[in-house]
Design a protein around this ligand. Structure first.
Ligand SMILES: [Zn+2]
Length: 228
């Protein structure tokens, strides 16, 4: 914890509550996905968490956020000069962009995982690749969808070279073969890029459908998926 930052909070506390003893303070920077700052009182100690996006902010801005947090904590009016200064800083071009970038990165990290609770999509891809494609397909990014959408089993996203499978199927109750079929189908999309026939997009070409029939547990898998 920076001495300077601690001092800023102590001085601000003194301004707001001239006679009350200054409690012990813990201030830390925290990786919130948004520009977010919190203050709590725990057993007489003040715990302050500042967004790491404020790390390196100019002192008047830190003074402003200290004022806002402490005024909120002790139900004092927030001085407009402080709230304006803080708001201006946060909405300044640079920090908005930084927050956006951080949110994107943190957001992406969450959906990037091929490892679900029950099934590992990378492992399923590798097994199917060896079994049906002589290991020749390059593995795209395998991810479980963020939501539990039932309307889409899975899809191949060529723009991001990613196979996304609905998280509904990441469950031990789902037969291995059903999940394999979903991934196999998307792997065929990888192998047979969408062709344009006239103006109509032909998503499941005849070759695609023929190859899909080579999946041994096709009927079983389809039956399971139909009854969902
Ligand atoms: Zn398809």
């Amino acid at each position: 914890m920076s001495e300077r930052l601690l001092q800023v909070f102590q001085e601000t506390y003194r301004e707001l509550r001239p006679r009350a003893p200054i409690p012990e303070l813990t201030i830390e920077f925290f990786a919130f996905a948004n520009v977010n700052n919190t203050i709590r009182l725990r057993e007489g100690r003040l715990l302050v968490r500042l967004s790491d996006l404020l790390e390196g902010a100019p002192e008047p801005v830190l003074r402003a956020i200290a004022h806002i947090l402490l005024a909120k904590m002790y139900r004092k009016p927030i001085e407009r000069s402080h709230s304006t200064r803080y708001r201006r800083y946060v909405s300044s071009h640079e920090i908005v962009q930084k927050a956006h970038l951080v949110r994107q990165m943190r957001g992406r990290k969450r959906i990037d995982s091929a490892q679900g609770r029950a099934y590992d999509l990378d492992a399923i891809f590798d097994q199917l690749n060896a079994r049906f494609f002589h290991g020749l397909l390059a593995r795209p990014q395998m991810t479980w969808s963020r939501d539990h959408a039932r309307n889409s089993l899975g899809h191949y996203d060529p723009a991001h070279n990613a196979i996304v499978v609905s998280r509904v199927f990441d469950h031990p109750r789902v037969p291995h073969s059903a999940l394999e079929y979903i991934v196999y189908h998307e792997m065929l999309h990888l192998k047979h890029p969408v062709k344009l026939r006239g103006s109509r997009r032909c998503v499941h070409s005849r070759e695609f459908q023929e190859e899909e029939k080579q999946f041994p547990e096709l009927e079983q898998a389809k039956r399971f998926l139909r009854q969902l």
